[in-house]
Design a protein around this ligand. Structure first.
Ligand code: HEC
Ligand code: HEC
Length: 387
């Protein structure tokens, strides 16, 4: 069903025949994906939708588009304005501004290993494929990000058609369709580039691959606390991508989960409300029980993606852990005053616990072992206009 829905949303660009491949063909396909993405052995082959197969040519085109301000209506912003490689493709501000100066309600997300999430953005149970989500930064008018609208889209596309190297890249990426740029091709190429952003080269990965000295003793202690029943982190941040919002090529319709939790950040009315600007999943469902529900984030490269949470309202990892240890955040004054610990909507897994400074230091040290310097310096993901 999901597959058909995406075909309808995206229009038929590549043909929407779902292949009925045999197991042997599947494993060859999986092997070639592994090679294309240079996946190390401990990372699962990700799930790629059949309507947009991953190719080196689409990834390459997507990389140029990602860094190109031509993709914003007024040519002032690109995807990389809010998603910077050196910060694991997040930015350093609480909430970024779009190309026409409007401030967004949410914090820019890091893009490492996005391909392994089962839903996209901080809280949207309808975005099951990146192709659906990417319409938002390009075309949203409230608030404006890149600002492409029905009235300027032809002008934006003409910029790419007027550039010989783009003409070649579009032709190489989409050999079977009509020549020229189109919004669907742009979205398919960007989705392919974003899917290729695999982060699996941190100290923690080295440790998983058998190098027991890759983590310090403090980090190993932090790892066990993170996975213990006192801190409870692993219930929501688990597996190779540190999120229960997860899928790979072996995940099936029966096993996939679309989890969202309220982790007690706000309780402005004593009934569990979040600030009116953004109440999480409630914004889509208008179900009062969905106030404050957000997707558990991947914690890969978390050291680099401050400030934290959907609205960037927590500055440091220490404060994040103190928030969890308190069982929810207390805001004593101002318009968002309220005690998250008393929220009737917060997850039952967010419970007060007592942690020593040494224990908190250890969990922070463990989280820092997820920083992947290979990823943030990898020329595959860097700005091609600066080469
Ligand atoms: C003005 C800043 C800004 C620009 C420009 C921008 N983004 Fe984002 N991006 C964000 C914010 C903020 C979010 C979180 C949105 C939400 O939760 O509603 C986000 C979320 C995402 C996500 C979802 C990540 C996840 O973990 O689910 C992807 C993928 C993404 N952006 C890719 C892109 C691409 C590709 C472009 C260029 C076409 C782009 N972004 C342009 C700010 C920006
Ligand atoms: C009940 C599920 C749950 C538990 C348990 C949990 N988290 Fe989270 N975590 C979430 C959700 C949901 C978010 C996003 C919330 C938001 O933005 O409003 C989040 C966000 C975070 C963030 C910020 C991510 C970012 O990109 O800004 C960090 C860091 C984090 N959690 C670390 C931890 C640690 C450390 C623990 C254990 C002490 C923990 N979490 C326990 C669900 C959970």
């Amino acid at each position: 069903m999901k597959f058909i829905a995406v075909c309808l949303v995206m229009g038929i660009l590549m043909g929407c025949n779902q292949s009925s491949s045999t197991t042997v063909e599947e494993s060859t396909q999986q092997q070639s994906l592994r090679d294309l993405l240079e996946l190390p052995a401990h990372m699962a082959v990700p799930s790629i939708p059949d309507f947009n197969p991953l190719t080196a040519e689409k990834i390459q085109l997507g990389r140029f588009l990602f860094y190109d301000p031509k993709l914003s209506a007024n040519q002032t912003q690109s995807c990389s304005s809010c998603h910077e490689q050196i910060l694991a493709f997040s930015d350093a501000v609480e909430r970024p501004f779009g190309s026409t100066g409007h401030q967004l309600v949410r914090n820019s997300q890091g893009l490492a290993n996005v391909v392994y999430h089962s839903t996209f953005t901080w809280s949207n149970n309808g975005f099951l494929e990146l192709e659906e989500q990417l319409n938002v930064p390009i075309r949203s008018d409230n608030p404006i990000e890149l600002g492409v609208t029905d009235s300027n889209i032809e002008e934006v596309l003409a910029r790419f058609d007027a550039d010989a190297s783009y003409v070649d890249m579009f032709a190489a990426a989409f050999p079977e369709s009509e020549s020229g740029a189109s919004i669907n091709k742009i979205i398919f190429a960007l989705a392919s580039f974003v899917r290729s952003m695999i982060s699996a080269g941190s100290a923690y990965d080295q440790y998983l691959l058998g190098d027991t000295s890759a983590l310090t003793e403090q980090q190993k202690l932090g790892f066990s606390l993170f996975n213990g029943e006192k801190f409870e982190c692993f219930h929501c941040h688990t597996g190779s991508n540190f999120s229960v919002s997860y899928r790979d090529s072996n995940t099936t319709e029966d096993t996939i989960q679309y989890p969202f939790f309220n982790n007690g950040l706000y309780n402005v009315d004593g009934e569990g409300s979040y600030p009116a600007a953004d109440q999480g999943l409630y914004e889509l469902t208008l179900d009062l029980a969905d106030r404050g529900l957000f997707r558990p984030q991947s914690l890969r490269n978390i050291e680099l993606t401050a400030p934290y949470m959907h609205d960037g309202s927590i500055a440091t990892l220490r404060e994040v852990i103190e928030h969890y240890a308190r069982g929810g955040r207390l805001i004593e004054s101002g318009e968002n005053a309220g005690d998250g610990n008393l929220s009737p909507l917060k997850s039952g897994l967010i419970k007060t616990f007592v942690a020593t400074d040494d224990e908190i230091d250890a969990v922070i040290a463990f989280l820092e072992s997820l920083t992947d310097y290979e990823f943030i310096n990898n020329p595959k993901f860097s700005d091609p206009f600066k080469e």
